[in-house]
Write a protein that binds this ligand. Structure first.
Ligand code: ADP
Ligand code: MG
Length: 399
């Protein structure tokens, strides 16, 4: 009988080896708009030297403002764009996809879930037709009866029951939350071991976001899939993901366990994101703060790309790109604040005052480029949810 279980990991694999990994991945788009046809070639630096590892049964949040290159990076992992340089590895082997069979193979392992579920369904096909198509692609030998059973099972896994209530409907007859569950069911048809969820709840009503996130969490835990959770909402990363990576202008600037990155943010950009996130403990909606604009990726700033917006920038930030500084607990930051010298120590003291930190942070350990790319080493187990976290096990009623 056809199964929809995730294939077990190869026996010789180390338990903590990444499932999917990006190593020094760079993506430059050549802008070819009307405007630029005659002018000099413009290059969009959408991703620069990004290294990130996804592990089975864990969630990694990729956080940053709109335009920072998050979706581009997810698409690179999915191999929907070729990389300009660097490498994507699946279970240790370099992925080189040139269309056809190798692309189908990669797509069946690595599934992308998009922000807008309405845009990802054929409006003139019933849900049954859309799901049957997905099931046929990934289970070509299943009989018609088996296909129906698989569809029933997929809908059950995303808590859409009874299945008959959904299969004969058209996308416009369903809510955003129901459609997002269906797009997850469709992704499950491929028995993937990686989900790349690009702002999976951003277009949904606030009241149903938690249910969809908890569904994804359950699938990660039960099926051991690795999940990249792309979001502009750093507050949700704390509750939802074990690890968080922060992206600014096409580069990762900080990463580590979510609890550490959100409660003890090291990079001034992460600190800015946190300070500008809505705080649910404030009764009234705070007036939106002007936090400035991300830079153009066509001509990104020299040195540290954040330096024009950074209150703690020094001269070297404008000229020298900061290396990785390893901090405590697996956290790292690409920021000169953590250099081991007097100027940086002075700036760290200013930073501690500005952010009301109890004490001035220590300098980091500068990572030698030869020591390998900056990826987050997974901490064992899931970070304990803070007491004020939403109840993790309620998936809510699908609406
Ligand atoms: P995010 O998801 O963080 O909002 P994106 O990855 O969508 O960011 O975009 C990053 C940058 O890359 C933007 O400046 C965007 O205009 C540019 N970009 C994305 N896709 C393309 C493309 N196919 N061609 C040219 N530029 C692109
Ligand atoms: Mg995006």
């Amino acid at each position: 009988m056809t199964t929809i279980e995730t294939a077990p990991a190869a026996a010789d694999e180390r338990a903590d080896a990444p499932v999917l990994e990006a190593l020094h991945v760079t993506k430059h788009f050549t802008a070819r708009g009307q405007l630029f046809k005659r002018g000099p070639k413009r290059v969009v630096h959408a991703a620069d030297d990004v290294s990130l590892a996804l592990h089975a049964g864990r969630i990694m949040a990729l956080v940053g403002e709109s335009g920072s290159g998050k979706s581009t990076f997810a698409r690179l992992l999915a191999q929907l764009h070729p990389v300009t340089s660097g490498e994507i590895r699946y279970r240790g082997a370099t992925v080189t996809v040139r269309g056809g069979k190798s692309l189908r193979e990669h797509v069946s392992r690595v599934q992308l879930i998009l922000q807008d579920p309405f845009g990802s369904f054929n409006p003139v096909a019933t849900i049954a037709r859309t799901l049957t198509r997905a099931v046929r692609i990934h289970h070509p030998k299943a009989s018609a009866k088996e296909q129906l059973r698989i569809i029933d099972d997929l809908l059950g896994q995303v808590s859409l029951r009874p299945a008959r209530q959904f299969t004969e409907k058209y996308p416009h007859e369903l809510s955003g939350g129901q459609l997002q569950r269906l797009s997850i069911a469709r992704a499950l048809a491929a028995s993937p071991d990686v989900f790349l969820a690009d702002e999976p709840v951003s277009s949904l009503d606030v009241s149903i976001r938690l249910g969809v996130l908890n569904l994804l969490r359950r699938l990660v835990e039960e099926r051991g899939v690795a999940l990249l959770y792309v979001t502009h909402d750093i507050a949700s990363a704390r509750y939802f993901a074990e690890d968080t990576s922060v992206m600014y202008a096409g580069q990762l600037v900080e990463a580590g366990p979510s609890e550490t990155v959100t409660q003890h943010a090291a990079h001034p950009y992460t600190q800015l994101l946190i300070a500008s996130a809505p705080d649910p403990s404030r009764a009234e909606e705070a007036a939106p703060r002007d936090i400035g604009q991300p830079p153009s990726l066509i001509d990104p700033p020299s040195g540290c790309r954040f330096h024009p917006r950074c209150p703690f920038a020094t001269e070297r930030c404008a000229t020298d790109a900061p290396p990785v500084f390893d901090l405590e607990d697996g956290q790292w930051a690409k920021c000169w604040l953590y250099a081991d010298d007097a100027e940086a120590a002075g700036k760290r003291a200013e930073n501690a005052v500005a952010y009301g930190l109890g004490e001035v942070r220590q300098a980091g350990r500068r990572r030698d480029a030869a020591a390998g790319p900056a990826t987050t080493t997974p901490t064992p187990g899931r970070a304990a949810a803070p007491a004020d976290a939403p109840t993790p096990n309620t998936e809510g009623v699908p609406q």
